[in-house]
Design a protein around this ligand. Structure first.
Ligand code: GLA
Length: 385
């Protein structure tokens, strides 16, 4: 389903639910992270790109100061909350993400007014493709445009991230919100999470006879379950013990990691420091037009996430190994870990064989067939109607 078709369906959902036409429909894409995993909250480098699929929010202004929300993907009656009554803890379901954005806007001094919204999505939830950031940012764009709030995209990314951390209680970094708001079609986005500086980096797998495959392993994850937060705290503790403000500070002095006496902290820090280096190496290769050579970096990233950071999961390891054995140039788990998707860089003409090899490896273990799809670097969030 195209983004335009999704926008039409969201508008129809709005009309069916509220008996009126929406004032507009806003769309925010999910993201793939080419490389740079678990580096963002340590001020490091990431290299995501926007997908063609994502979340659409059909929205309309209404008198008064209440927000009303419903979603095609969630059963039940619409949720209504007054903007003035928003505070963390007021809600814990899916609506915490969009309501959190209204709360963060209000906290920053903006006044989103009464709004009705109907949410729709063509992106798998919990698949490690950042459906929550897409939901937050589509909502944020809708509220800003409907109520004439002049928030820049970089500010909105920061506010959506605040919503996710302080309202939805998922202690995540800034990568996903930045990706959905700041990426460009045909490009990945090099984001320096310390300075906020961004740079588009051309990424055209098709031109190189290659394809980026997203394999949804079917295992599901929750960024609020404590394991993600534990990794984040370990990185902060490692930085503290090394006397630096974040692990980013020792990107050029990787040996300092070995000074950590605790072996667990040492492995966590080793992942972050080596991953930052891999992002910069991947960018240098892309700038030389050598996408194929990025493959081994992806595979090393996976090994590091599996062995040192310990956030991989069995279905991801099996998919990575099977894809590599069948001819993928590189493969790795993506996102926060413990569930979600694997990314594989494959020669276009071997795509079918590689997918079949992964399917066979899953079948051998009695696991359900994983869903594979092509990831094409696409446009960032925008108004569609
Ligand atoms: C999740 C978080 C991001 C980032 C990744 C891991 O997607 O939302 O901020 O930390 O995990 O790279």
């Amino acid at each position: 389903m195209t983004a335009t078709a999704l926008a039409d369906r969201a508008a129809a959902g709005y009309s069916a639910r509220y008996g009126a036409e929406p004032d507009g429909v806003w769309f925010a894409p999910g993201r793939v992270n080419l490389i740079g995993e678990h580096t963002d909250y340590s001020g490091g480098f990431v290299l995501p790109f926007a997908l063609g699929s994502g979340v659409a929010v059909a929205a309309g202004r209404v008198p008064g100061g209440a927000l009303t929300l419903c979603s095609r993907q969630e059963a039940g009656e619409p949720v209504t909350v007054a903007v003035d009554a928003l505070r963390p803890g007021v809600t814990a379901g899916w609506e915490a993400y969009p309501l959190g954005v209204a709360w963060a806007l209000r906290e920053a001094g903006w006044r989103p007014g009464g709004t009705r919204m109907a949410v729709d999505a063509n992106l798998a939830m919990g698949a490690g493709l950042s459906s929550s950031a897409a939901l937050e940012c589509a909502t944020g764009l809708a509220l800003c445009e409907l109520h004439d709030l002049r928030v820049t995209r970089a500010e909105l990314a920061a506010l959506a991230s605040r919503a996710e951390n302080d309202f939805a209680c998922a202690p995540t970094g800034i990568m996903d919100q930045s990706a959905t708001l700041l990426c460009h079609a045909g490009h990945a986005l090099l984001l320096d999470c310390r300075s906020g500086a961004t740079e588009p980096v051309q990424l055209d797998p098709g031109a190189a006879g290659l394809a980026l495959l997203v394999i949804d392993t079917g295992a599901r994850h929750q960024l609020t379950d404590g394991r993600y937060g534990e990794r984040r705290r370990s990185c902060e503790e490692a930085a503290r013990q090394l006397g630096v403000s974040s692990l980013r500070e020792i990107t050029d002095r990787p040996d300092e990691v070995e000074l950590l006496s605790d072996s667990r902290l040492r492995r966590r820090a080793r992942h972050v420091v080596s991953e930052n280096r891999r992002v910069l190496d991947a960018v240098a290769l892309l700038r030389r037009g050598a996408l194929g050579d990025v493959g081994p970096l992806l595979t090393r990233s996976h090994a590091s996430l599996r062995d040192d950071f310990e956030v991989s999961w069995p279905e991801a390891d099996v998919a990575v190994d099977a894809a590599l054995a069948a001819g993928a140039l590189g493969a790795r788990m993506m996102g926060g870990g413990f569930g979600g998707s694997v990314l594989a860089l494959v020669p276009e003409d071997q795509r079918d064989a590689i997918e079949a090899a992964v399917d066979a490896a899953y079948a051998e273990r009695g696991w359900a067939k994983p869903a594979a799809s092509l990831a094409v670097p696409s446009e960032s969030a925008r108004r569609l109607r």
